[in-house]
Structures are given as C-alpha cells and as structure tokens.
Design a protein around this ligand. Structure first.
Ligand SMILES: CC(C)(COP(=O)(O)OP(=O)(O)OC[C@H]1O[C@@H](n2cnc3c(N)ncnc32)[C@H](O)[C@@H]1OP(=O)(O)O)[C@@H](O)C(=O)NCCC(=O)NCCS
Length: 248
C-alpha cells in the first residue's frame, strides 16, 4: 500500500490524473482487478472494447489508490454508495475525504480534498462541434452571447472552458443534470480564466462565494475544470499529480 500522503492539508485539493494506456503490465492490471468489488468488475467487463474496459479499470483503481494515499485504508477496502443522482461517495470506512471522478478517452482524473465538496470534469481538446448551436441549447443566455463575441479561432477552447466548468459545478453539487444548465452561468475574463466567477438565477439556491473554480490544460490534449468549496480566507490550492504505475 502506498504510504499516506500527509500533504493534503486544509486549504488544499489534489488533482490526480492517469493516462490509462500507460498501464500495460498484465500482472499489475490483474492486481488492479483484484482490488475491485464484484460489481465494479462486472461494470468494467460490460464494455465491448478493450480500451473502454481499460479506462473503466484505471478509473476505479485511481479513485481507490488516491483515497488510500491519505487515509490508512487498503485500496480494496473502500466501499462507495451513490446518491439519488448517481454520485458515488465513500460509504465505509468513515472518512473526511471527498472526491470526484471524470474520465474521457486518454485521461482519468480524480479530485480529492478533506471536508470540502469537489467536482471535476475533463474533456478532450480535439472535441469538435457546432459550438454556437450547442451553446444556445445548453448554456445560459449570457454565456451563449459571450461565446458569439469570441473569434472563430478561440471559440472551441472557450466553449470547452464553459462546458467543463458547468459540468464541474453540477458534479460538485452531486446533482448532475438535475440542475438546469441555464440556471447558472460563468463570467470568464477575455484571455486566461484565472478569475472565474459564477452567477446564479434566483431559482437556483446557491451562493457564488461558496465556490472556487479553475480550468487548466492537462497534457497536450485535455482541458480540466475544477469546482471546490471555497475558504473564506485564502484560495484553495489545487495541485496536479500524475499517478504512475504500479499503483498497487
Ligand atoms: C453524469 C454527469 C454528472 C457527468 O457525466 P460525464 O461528463 O459524461 O462524465 P464524467 O466522466 O465527467 O463523470 C463521470 C463520473 O462522475 C461521477 N458521477 C456520476 N454521477 C454524478 C453526479 N450526479 N454528481 C457528481 N458526480 C457524478 C461518477 O464517478 C462517474 O464515473 P463512473 O460512472 O465511472 O463512476 C452528468 O453531468 C451528465 O450526464 N452529463 C452529460 C453531459 C452534458 O450534457 N453536458 C452539458 C454540459 S454544458
């Protein structure tokens, strides 16, 4: 078992990420499978393509081994329970750790903190789409209008920034798409979104000061947005770490 990392102090969150394709040792992969519950193994095996089974396996193991970096619990011992919207959280053993998982082709990320709600979303930068149409369907009116002002070259990235931030927020709330995506919106500064502000329609009972957001590129190909419950004093520090094998 990896020794607990005592570095997850108050005011910090860690963003662990893994590239599923980098885990190729069959003995190691068999060990990872053995750390899963029967149900998790069944979920993994249901995928038709090997790359999807690999992604699912690495996602389960990343969550388990990430949590075991901070609490004296074996990776195989964690048990999770999903809320009514499908969000998994630690059921046993009791822990103050909070986590959220996101995965897409080529990357798995797990954001972890203590006593603080977190949400994370990753998307590939290569994603293509009819950005303005998608924005008018899924974003709030101010976001769709702001996106129309962005030049065509910068638009795909800006679209993904909004998209991942919106996902990170609804995931931090643990409610997924039960939160109408038009009931909140982000103000993004023109260039690099260091200072991301959220605003809520009155229908959505939440306080902008409760949350801190960030969006960053991870590797060459992915964009990751994070939502963490804010501290009144200093900003929460979010540190990325690559999880490399062997994880167990
Ligand atoms: C399920 C949802 C919460 C995230 O879906 P997603 O972006 O496809 O998937 P991600 O990889 O980011 O996250 C999946 C993980 O989030 C976790 N999760 C599931 N439901 C969740 C919820 N309600 N809240 C927080 N986390 C949740 C799970 O760990 C899940 O992984 P697992 O099933 O392998 O255990 C939900 O927001 C959704 O269905 N989104 C659809 C996409 C969309 O229309 N987006 C519009 C953006 S503007």
């Amino acid at each position: 078992m990896t020794p607990p990392d005592t570095g997850l102090r108050a005011g910090h969150a860690h963003l662990w990420w893994a590239v599923p394709e980098r885990f190729t040792d069959p003995t190691e992969l068999a060990r990872y499978r053995s750390a899963l519950t029967d149900e998790e193994r069944r979920k993994t095996d249901r995928f038709r393509f090997a790359r999807d089974r690999q992604l699912c396996l690495i996602a389960r193991v990343l969550v388990r081994t990430t949590l075991s970096r901070y609490d004296q619990v074996r990776a195989s011992q964690w048990r999770f329970q999903a809320n009514r919207y499908g969000r998994p959280a630690i059921e046993t053993p009791t822990s103050s750790l909070r986590f959220n998982l996101s995965h897409t082709s080529g990357l798995v990320v797990c954001l972890v903190s203590r006593d603080r709600e977190v949400g994370v979303d990753v998307e590939p930068r290569s994603r293509t789409g009819a950005w303005l149409d998608l924005a008018s369907r899924f974003f709030s009116a101010p976001e769709a209008a702001a996106l129309r002002q962005v030049n065509a070259t910068d638009r795909p990235r800006r679209f993904l920034e909004y998209w991942t931030l919106k996902e990170a927020y609804i995931k931090a709330r643990g409610m997924g798409l039960a939160i109408p995506l038009g009931d909140f919106w982000f103000d993004l500064p023109p260039r690099h979104p260091d200072d991301v502000r959220i605003r809520f329609a009155p229908a959505l009972d939440d306080n902008p000061a409760r949350w801190q957001f960030g969006v960053r590129q991870l590797g060459e190909h992915h964009l990751v947005a994070t939502a963490v419950e804010a501290d009144a004093g200093a900003p929460v520090t979010i540190t990325p770490h690559e999880a490399v094998g062997p994880l167990l």
